[in-house]
Ligand binder design. Structure first.
Ligand code: FAD
Length: 317
């Protein structure tokens, strides 16, 4: 079943979460252990993130360095297939423009076709760490919309070079990202909504939000999106903070505000344990309110926070 059907087929607020592929050189057991911790809450689907390559400098001695290309977290497609095989659950690998040529994307789509994995989250991806701003690969896609168009062409049976795909296809379906507090590069919220509308018109069946801590921002965003003609489910993305350092790091990294009530409580936290308790309690409060407003689904960002997500899920599901 497609993600959109899974969300619509349940009366309750659906539960889903995102996991990261293991760091290169480590095994998949930790991924399984995390999933095992959350399985009892009946996740409808699991997202698997994708990470572009970065350049790293390796010291060779005598003041010399070598510049190497490194993908710290490879294996999105394989991890998605492994999870699907082990748990018989819908998996949603993330597809990026960032770091991928159209040809790379095509090969990833072909691999996914062979595996029968056809739910995707379509994203531009973050900029490379060494770049001041996002730069597509030569011959790569510049925006999520272009990647959607490539996937649409693939669904119509056309490769990037215009040649036909001869085998029968199971079409891909996909969602996209959205930002209740605006994407950091967007000049204003209206422009950002304009492009979200275009992403939906291009074929996105739902949108998943960037994490947020202030439900007012989400409710306001959904209202503005509906007025702009965006009629697909807008799935709230929730991430409990688990460490004292995250209280200042999360707003900086994700360009989101903490509401005053939360900020006042956060200031009182003296250690990670207190921060974790506050982060969990706040997300329980957030989720309960979101559920009262009838959100179709809640999507959890679990990196470094699986225990907290389990504690939240225990309270709300
Ligand atoms: P786009 O939709 O391309 O938008 C980027 C910016 O350009 C926005 O400001 C938008 O308003 C504007 N814009 C959009 N289309 C156009 C256009 N055609 N012309 C001009 N301007 C345009 N990153 C990863 O690297 N890996 C992941 O796995 C990952 N997963 C994520 C999951 C979710 C749910 C979310 C919310 C984000 C995720 N990200 C991930 C981060 C994401 O890649 C970044 O936020 C990225 O900077 C923007 O991606 P996008 O798909 O929203 O880009």
């Amino acid at each position: 079943m497609r993600v959109i059907d899974l969300i619509k087929s349940t009366d309750k607020t659906a539960f889903s979460f995102e996991i990261l592929p293991p760091i290169k050189g480590t095994g998949i057991d930790k991924v399984y252990a995390d999933i095992d911790m959350l399985r009892e809450f009946d996740p409808k689907y699991i997202n698997i993130t994708t990470h572009r390559s970065e350049y790293v400098y390796r010291e060779l001695g005598d003041g010399l360095f070598r510049r190497d290309r490194l993908r710290r977290r490879p294996g999105t497609v394989a991890v998605a297939a492994a999870i699907r095989n082990r748990y018989d659950i819908t998996v949603v690998p993330h597809m990026l423009c960032s770091g991928f040529t159209r040809e790379d994307t095509e090969y990833m789509l072909l691999d996914l076709q062979f595996l029968g994995i056809t739910d995707l989250l379509v994203l531009r991806g973050d900029k490379a760490k060494h770049e001041p701003s996002f730069t597509p690969e030569p011959g790569g896609n510049s925006h999520a919309i272009e990647l959607e168009e490539q996937i649409n062409d693939f669904n119509r049976g056309v490769f990037v070079d215009g040649s036909p795909i001869k085998a029968p296809l199971q079409p891909f379906s996909y969602g996209v990202a959205c930002y209740p507090e605006k994407h950091e590069e967007s000049p204003n919220p209206e422009q950002d909504l304009h492009w979200l509308l275009r992403k939906v018109e291009t074929g996105a069946e739902y949108a998943v939000t960037q994490l947020f801590y202030d439900n007012r921002r989400y409710f306001d965003f959904v209202e503005r999106a509906r007025k702009a003609g965006i009629d697909v489910p807008i799935i709230p993305g929730i991430k409990p903070f688990t460490k004292l350092s995250q209280i200042s790091m999360i707003p900086k990294t994700f360009k989101v505000d903490l509401p005053e009530e939360l900020a006042c409580e956060a200031i009182k936290c003296r250690n990670d344990q207190e921060a974790r308790i506050l982060g969990t309690e706040w997300c329980i409060y957030q989720c309960r309110e979101l559920m009262e407003h009838g959100v179709p689904s809640i999507h959890f960002y679990t990196v470094g926070a699986v225990e907290s997500v389990r504690d939240i899920a225990k309270e709300i599901y």
